[in-house]
Design a protein around this ligand. Structure first.
Ligand SMILES: NC(=O)c1ccc[n+]([C@@H]2O[C@H](COP(=O)([O-])OP(=O)(O)OC[C@H]3O[C@@H](n4cnc5c(N)ncnc54)[C@H](O)[C@@H]3O)[C@@H](O)[C@H]2O)c1
Length: 369
C-alpha cells in the first residue's frame, strides 16, 4: 500500500535541484499534451536526462526534437527500448496503451511511471504489477493530487485522529461543458470510459488516499450519454469535439462500500447542467469532517463547533504537483526512496472505477474482489 506517513518533503515547494550523483536516463512513451507537462517538470531535475521519445505521430516527434531537444526519437517503443536501453520510462499514451507500453518497458529492464488512470481495468493493472515485480523494477502510477497541500493537510488531520471513523465521502469532478476536443478521450475502446475514468479518477484517488486507503468491497453505479455523441456545434469551453466517435458516458454516478463500513459517493461529468464546474470532496467522520477546497476541518473544540482553515499552505499548481510526483519516482529509481504511489495504489483506484462501470452495465450492485 502507499506510504501513508506524509512528510514535508512531499510538498512541491521544498523540491530541490540535486547537482551531484548519478543521472537517470529516462524516455517518454507517448509525446502528446501531458508529456510536455512531464518534460517541463523533468527540466528542473539536474539528475534526469531525457534520452528518447516515442510516438506514433511523426509531428509529435518533431515537437519533441524542436521544442525539447530530445536526441533519439522513435515510432515504436520496442525499437527505442532495444537501441536506447533507458533506465526508466514515463508512459504518457492514451489509457489503452498504458499496460502494453509498461509491460514492454519493465521486461526491457526499465522502471516505469505511468499516467493516470493506471490502465483500462484491474486485470491490466495486475499484469503491469507482475511484469515490474518479475523484472525487479519500480512501477509508479502518476497521480499528482495526493501531493496537493490540501490533501496533505487532511491526511495529517486523519493521522491525528481529528475525524475518528470516516463514514462518508462525497467526490465531485463535474464540468458544465468540457468534453476534450483533443486526443481520444471520447473513445471507450482506447480510454476505458469517459469522465469517471478521466477526471473522476483524480478526486477518487485523493479522497481514497485521505481516507487511509480502505479496501473497496462493493460498487453501485449508473452512466448516461446524452450530449457527447450529438453534434458538437454547441457552446463549450473546448468546442468541436469528435462527436461521431464519442462512445463514453457524459455523466457517471457511483457509490462504493468499503470493508471498514465507509461509503464513497462519486459524481463525474464532462457535460453536467450545473451552475459551474466542481472539483472537490467532502468527508464526514464520527469525530469530525472536512472539505478539500477551500480546505477546512469541522470539529468540536473548546466546547463549541469549530471550523479550522489553514493559515498557510504551500503554492500548488500543475507544474509543482508534477515535480512532486516525478521527484518521488526519480528518487525511488536513483536512491531507493519509498514510493508514494506504487502500482498497488493505482490498482485500488482502478477497482473502484471498474466497480462503478460494471455495476452500470449490470444494472445492480457488484462486488469488488
Ligand atoms: N495527470 C494528469 O493530470 C493528466 C492530465 C492529462 C492527461 N493525463 C493522462 O495522460 C495520458 C495522455 O493524455 P494526453 O492528454 O497527453 O493525450 P494526447 O492525445 O495529447 O497524447 C497521447 C499521445 O500518445 C500517442 N500514442 C498513442 N498510441 C501510441 C503508441 N502505441 N505508441 C506511442 N505513442 C502513442 C499519441 O499519438 C499522442 O501523441 C492519458 O492517459 C491521460 O489520462 C493525465
Amino acid at each position: 500500500m502507499p506510504n501513508e506517513s506524509v512528510s514535508t518533503e512531499s510538498f512541491a515547494s521544498e523540491v530541490t535541484k540535486p547537482t551531484k550523483g548519478p543521472k537517470l536516463r529516462l524516455a517518454i512513451i507517448g509525446c502528446g499534451g501531458i508529456s510536455e507537462t512531464h518534460l517541463k517538470a523533468l527540466k528542473t531535475m539536474a539528475d534526469v536526462e531525457v534520452v528518447a521519445g516515442v510516438d506514433i505521430k511523426p509531428e509529435r516527434l518533431d515537437v519533441m526534437r524542436e521544442k525539447y531537444g530530445i536526441p533519439e526519437l522513435f515510432e515504436d517503443w520496442n525499437e527505442m527500448l532495444e537501441k536506447v536501453a533507458p533506465d526508466a520510462v514515463s508512459v504518457c499514451t492514451p489509457n489503452g496503451v498504458h499496460a502494453p507500453a509498461t509491460i514492454a518497458a519493465a521486461k526491457a529492464g526499465c522502471h516505469v511511471i505511468t499516467e493516470k488512470p493506471m490502465a483500462m481495468n484491474p486485470a491490466e493493472c495486475q499484469q503491469m504489477i507482475d511484469a515490474a515485480k518479475d523484472a525487479g523494477k519500480l512501477l509508479v502510477c502518476g497521480f499528482q493530487f495526493r501531493y496537493h497541500p490540501n490533501t496533505q493537510m487532511l491526511v495529517r488531520a486523519r493521522e491525528e485522529d481529528q475525524f475518528g471513523d470516516i463514514m462518508f465521502v462525497k467526490c465531485q469532478a463535474l464540468r458544465r461543458r468540457g468534453i476534450p476536443n483533443w486526443g481520444v478521450f471520447g473513445q471507450k475502446e482506447l480510454q476505458g470510459g469517459g469522465p469517471m475514468i478521466d477526471i473522476g479518477v483524480h478526486v477518487i484517488e485523493m479522497a481514497h488516499y485521505t481516507m487511509g486507503s480502505p479496501k473497496p468491497v462493493a460498487a453501485s453505479g449508473n452512466v448516461w450519454t446524452y450530449l457527447g455523441d450529438k453534434s458538437s456545434n454547441v457552446v463549450s469551453q473546448w468546442p468541436g469535439w469528435d462527436w461521431e466517435t464519442y462512445t463514453v458516458e457524459d455523466l457517471a454516478i457511483g457509490q462504493i462500500r468499503f470493508e471498514n463500513g465507509a461509503v464513497m459517493q462519486i459524481e463525474a461529468s464532462f457535460a453536467a447542467h450545473i451552475e459551474k464546474d466542481v472539483w472537490n470532496f467532502t468527508m464526514i467522520g464520527d469525530k469530525g469532517g472536512a472539505r478539500w477546497d477551500p480546505t477546512a476541518i469541522f470539529t468540536d473544540r473548546a466546547g463549541t463547533m469549530t471550523n479550522t482553515t489553514a493559515g498557510f499552505l504551500p503554492k500548488a499548481d500543475f507544474h509543482t504537483l508534477f515535480i512532486s510526483k516525478l521527484r518521488n519516482f526519480v528518487d525511488g529509481c536513483l536512491h531507493g526512496k519509498q514510493l508514494e504511489c506504487p502500482g498497488e495504489a493505482g490498482m485500488a483506484v482502478q477497482k473502484i472505477l471498474d466497480g462503478v462501470y460494471r455495476s452500470a452495465e449490470a444494472g445492480s450492485e457488484v462486488t469488488i474482489d
